[in-house]
Design a protein around this ligand. Structure first.
Ligand code: CAA
Length: 260
């Protein structure tokens, strides 16, 4: 399907989803979020795709936030609906079985930082900038920022970022654990693809179960989350990849995983 505000590309088992409104620094309006909902459903259901990379079109922004022009005259009810839509779409990304990596190529502010945070992890270019500038607009973050930021960087740093609206550069984002690595803009996609390739060469279901164990386990208490882990660990023994992975180790050869 062709999108007006997104670019969806596929390369082997990889899908690349670019938010594509460079003139508005890829700001997210309602139409863009609705298109993202379609695109995520398409990627989720595509049996050829095993991993998604999300980035921003153009050389300046990942996503500079929710679209301020779109939000300017919303009523309280419309604002709530818009926030709920963003939360729903980002929740779909977070809950997708397939791994999702954010390749943060520029401004990741407000809804852009929130988009990056619903991905499994973030790799940034030296041009990336992060922040939750919402209080400077007289609003709170609305697409999950008040919840995912403290879970990623801790309460104190999250509150400082949320209250001050300060924008931080990629090296500070690395220091506080918001991103996993920082590379030059030229190297960003190759670096992300290299990580993606290393994931794709592993047992597909084991990777997906690992994601489920982390995501579901982090929502609950340690006793329940250990049961979730034990169940998923057990489920691995129903896969062909477990048999192949362990046989290959014993036979001192490289495993040939089939994803089954
Ligand atoms: N919404 C709508 N349009 C935006 C936008 C946004 N979030 N961010 C940038 N744009 C538009 C600008 O209005 C401008 O459009 P025009 O050319 O038509 O004037 C164009 O993109 C280029 O932007 P600038 O001229 O401002 O570029 P700059 O290099 O001088 O500054 C910037 C870049 C620092 C990112 C600045 O654009 C900026 O501060 N953007 C807003 C960032 C922001 O506050 N984001 C949070 C939004 S609220 C939110 O996201 C709520 C939520 O959680 C759901």
């Amino acid at each position: 399907m062709a999108y007006e505000n997104l670019l969806l590309e596929k390369e082997g088992n990889l899908a690349f989803l670019y938010v594509n409104r460079p003139k508005a620094l890829n700001a997210l309006n309602k139409d863009t979020l609705l298109e993202m909902k379609d695109a995520i459903t398409e990627i989720k259901n595509d049996p050829e795709i095993d991993l998604l990379i999300i980035s921003g079109a153009g050389d300046k922004a990942f996503v500079a936030g929710a679209d301020i022009a779109f939000m300017q005259n919303l009523t309280a009810v419309e604002g709530r609906e818009f926030g709920a839509l963003g939360q729903e779409v980002f929740g779909m990304i977070e809950a997708m079985e397939k791994p999702v990596i954010a390749a943060v190529n520029g401004f990741a502010l407000g809804g852009g930082c929130e988009l990056a945070m619903c991905c499994d992890f973030r790799i940034a270019s030296t041009k990336a900038k992060f922040g939750q500038p919402e209080v400077g607009l007289g609003i709170t973050p609305g697409f999950g920022g008040t919840q995912r930021l403290p879970r990623l960087v801790g309460l104190g740093m999250a509150k400082q970022m949320l209250y001050t609206a300060d924008v931080i550069d990629a090296s500070e984002a690395l220091r506080i654990g918001l991103v996993n690595s920082v590379v030059t803009p030229e190297d960003l996609m190759n670096h992300v693809k290299d990580i993606a390739g290393r994931i794709l060469r592993k047992g597909k279901m084991a990777v997906r179960f690992s994601k489920a164990a982390v995501n579901e386990g982090m929502q609950t208490d340690i006793n329940r989350s250990m049961t979730i882990e034990a169940d998923l660990f057990g489920l691995c023994f129903s896969t062909e990849d477990q048999k192949e992975g362990m046989s290959a180790f014993i036979e001192k050869r490289t495993p040939q995983f089939t994803g089954k």
